[in-house]
Design a protein around this ligand. Structure first.
Ligand SMILES: *[C@@H]1O[C@H](CO)[C@@H](O)[C@H](O)[C@H]1NC(C)=O
Ligand SMILES: *[C@@H]1O[C@H](CO)[C@@H](O)[C@H](O)[C@H]1NC(C)=O
Ligand SMILES: *[C@@H]1O[C@H](CO)[C@@H](O)[C@H](O)[C@H]1NC(C)=O
Length: 381
């Protein structure tokens, strides 16, 4: 398993050739060696992490559903790292938590969390279950962006009035805007019994919503974007257990090909959107990250990463092959949970375990899956 220290010090973090600040990094590096402290962790200082604004669904919700709707997410969620339920759908940290730690910034506070919240490091608008369409429905992507507009105006006012808990103009201008959404659009479409062809036909309108959000944030002065594509939907134990499987729809690893193909087409369109926006907005940096390939490799080559039963949930009901039952989901009466979550990729049949998230995050930080290959700490100011 990947441990924290390696995340705090991703191998490439000081050698980003796209970075204007790489010269400064290099100087730091040299002076570090001269001051005879060869510890690599020192090279990875991110003295001024960017404010991070995140938009998305449960893959990156750090407590928004619980704060916003009073919904409870019970233990064993959170058992691994937080040792309490933290409002995340996982046994521990999410990918976004590891990314925050890699630039030495604290975990993002949900926008809807009214309990003594501090937003000086950014804010998380992501909420469990969110999709892009239909819009104007809590908490669709366009509502999350509207919340951002409100947050921005108010935050700047409060900072002007002397508050330290919010962000001023500069924080927004230099901020990193992250988007990870689309999984529920595809998932909901399949759940409504739409055919593969019908689902695929919806992709352009989903992508258009993502375009509108980026355009709006750009209009507000945002220039740095970090876009995650969607993972292999057809490998989720939940999908595998619900769908009446036609065996010729299963790929060599036991995942549903039609679901994965739809995710693949969505990702192609998203990649294309990022290319278009890059040529329209010459002064913007837009990084597209191929989460799909990272997660699919994790499942296909699970034993190399120390995982067993890549298609089975650690926490759920029913036992093999998927341990998922929609009537008895993780944290609800009657659930069963594995002892060693670190041996499972899937935590609850839909969301990944902390162990899996940690590996995904370290692969994101490698830049091998990024277009263009810009490191996450490029955005440190
Ligand atoms: C991380 O941040 C803390 C507090 O903001 C600071 O004291 C510490 O030096 C930082 N560490 C690194 C490696 O930048
Ligand atoms: C989808 O189709 C299945 C089998 O044909 C049926 O049992 C189920 O009720 C349908 N679901 C919806 C939401 O229409
Ligand atoms: C499994 O690992 C091999 C070796 O690293 C790699 O070439 C292959 O692409 C991986 N499979 C998938 C489906 O990612």
């Amino acid at each position: 398993m990947v441990i924290m220290d390696s995340l705090l010090c991703p191998p490439l973090c000081s050698f980003n050739r796209f970075s204007f600040s790489s010269a400064i990094h290099l100087l730091l590096l040299i002076s570090t060696f001269m001051s005879s402290s060869p510890k690599t962790s020192v090279l990875c200082k991110c003295k001024n992490p960017p404010a991070i604004f995140n938009f998305g669904d449960s893959n990156s919700d750090t407590g928004g559903l619980v704060a916003g709707l009073g919904y409870s997410i019970n233990l064993p969620n959170g058992r691994t790292f937080f040792r309490r339920s933290s409002g995340r759908l996982s046994d521990g940290r999410l990918i976004i938590d590891f990314l925050c730690q890699s630039v030495n910034t604290t975990f993002l506070t949900p926008y809807l969390d009214s309990m003594g919240s501090i937003f000086s490091n950014g804010v998380n608008f992501a909420i469990v279950g969110s999709s892009t369409l239909p819009k104007y429905v809590p908490f669709s992507l366009n509502i999350q962006v509207m919340q951002f507009l409100h947050f921005k105006g108010r935050s700047v006012q409060l900072v002007t009035a002397g508050s330290m808990h919010f962000l001023g103009d500069e924080g927004f201008r230099n901020g990193l805007y992250m988007i990870d959404i689309g999984q529920n659009d595809l998932s909901d479409s399949f759940a409504k019994n739409l055919s593969y062809v019908q689902v695929v036909k919806k992709i352009p309108s989903i992508i258009l919503e993502i375009r509108y959000s980026i355009e709006e944030i750009y209009a507000q002065g945002g220039r740095r974007f970090w876009v995650h594509n969607t993972g292999p939907l057809g490998c989720l134990p939940q999908k595998l257990s619900l769908v009446q499987k036609v065996s010729d729809d299963l790929d060599p690893y036991g995942c549903l090909s039609s679901y994965n193909d739809a995710a693949g087409l969505f990702n192609e369109a998203l990649l294309h959107l990022c290319e278009e926006l890059r040529s329209e907005y010459k002064d913007a940096t837009i990084v597209y990250v191929d989460i799909y390939t990272i997660k699919y490799d994790l499942i296909a080559n699970s034993s190399n990463y120390g995982f067993s039963s890549p298609l089975m949930a650690c926490c759920g009901f029913g036992g093999p092959p998927y341990n998922y039952d929609i009537r008895v989901t993780c944290g609800h009466p009657g659930y069963q949970v594995c002892n060693e979550g670190s041996k499972y990729i899937s935590w609850d049949g839909i969301h990944y375990s902390e162990a899996a998230n940690s590996i995904v995050a370290s692969k994101i930080l490698s830049t091998d899956y990024s277009t263009p290959r810009i490191a996450f700490d490029y955005f440190c100011n």
